[in-house]
Design a binder for this molecule. Sequence first.
Ligand SMILES: *[C@@H]1O[C@H](CO)[C@@H](O)[C@H](O)[C@H]1NC(C)=O
Ligand SMILES: *[C@@H]1O[C@H](CO)[C@@H](O)[C@H](O)[C@H]1NC(C)=O
Length: 340
Amino acid sequence: MDRSRSYCCFVFFFTVVLFCNAASFNLTTTPFDDAYSPLFGDGNVVRSPDGNGVRLLLDRFTGSGFISSSMYQYGFFSTNIKLPSDYTAGICVAFYTSNGDVFEKTHDELDFEFLGNIAGKPWRFQTNLYGNGSTHRGREERYSLWFDPTKEFHRYSILWTPTNIIFYIDQVPVREVKRSEEMGGDYPSKPMSLYTTIWDASNWATSGGKYKVNYKFAPFVSEFKDLVIDGCAVNPIQQVPTGACSDKHAQLEARDYAVITPARRRAMRRFRERYMYYSYCYDTLRYPVAPPECVIIPSERQRFKETGRLRFGGSHRPRRSKRGSHPSTPADESEQAEMR
Ligand SMILES: *[C@@H]1O[C@H](CO)[C@@H](O)[C@H](O)[C@H]1NC(C)=O
Ligand SMILES: *[C@@H]1O[C@H](CO)[C@@H](O)[C@H](O)[C@H]1NC(C)=O
């Protein structure tokens, strides 16, 4: 069986296994203008005619982005995304929560960052978090995807509660971070806005900056629709009486997407076995002692080198070419070596 065919069978099998009996989340979407506004590159923020979506463009003059009109202390943030196709090296599309504009020195952040690629090579993505200004302690994980994110819309979601954080793709949890005492302020806890952006990240996004944005292929168009925010809207400056959001928190924790059922946990494990190719938890060069939230799984650890990257041949994947990079971490060099 040739490689591409075996890959197709594999994807088919994996998708069936993942999605059988996986009913969609019960979501209430909000029209774009009711909850969001342009953040930069306003001319490149193009609303859809039905008001439920928006296109963000990157051209040689500017990228673009939008921001939620309110800030939320805990919540579920979710959107359908279709990424730009063809040559997208150097591009970063980000879907994230942050309060960096309000708390410059002590900001919190939760990230999905999608990293473009040269023609014929797939998009990759990373997740990350910061709490109370922990910018010198990156918590990146990097992954490839089990589908082509430029062909159809897929739903990307961040659940953030007082006790845990879950990153979802469709109904599959790809990462969970449980709050622990030892994490202290590194666990995001102050109100955050939702941000969505497309921008030129030529200096790091693709193979550690080797491949830049090529504006011959501009504009690069990313599409967003059916946006969901389910959280407690608060004013970050006012001292909110503790308890003001407790009903909302209880509501959030009772939602379908706040629960990792055994089937979802199996799907998460399978996803991480097959698609995660870097984890800060296994990067012992960077963190000789794994940060406290890391759950070290011995079988998983075996697959990673001390750089936190997959061992050569340690992958279950038939393809070598999709490995990616992550910014400002020691793994960039090994990524470049793999791409050559
Ligand atoms: C879906 O959510 C709505 C609003 O939160 C709720 O009224 C409805 O009962 C839910 N439906 C199901 C099937 O859970
Ligand atoms: C966040 O950082 C500030 C400034 O360093 C510190 O005063 C505060 O106690 C920290 N908060 C938490 C929750 O750790």
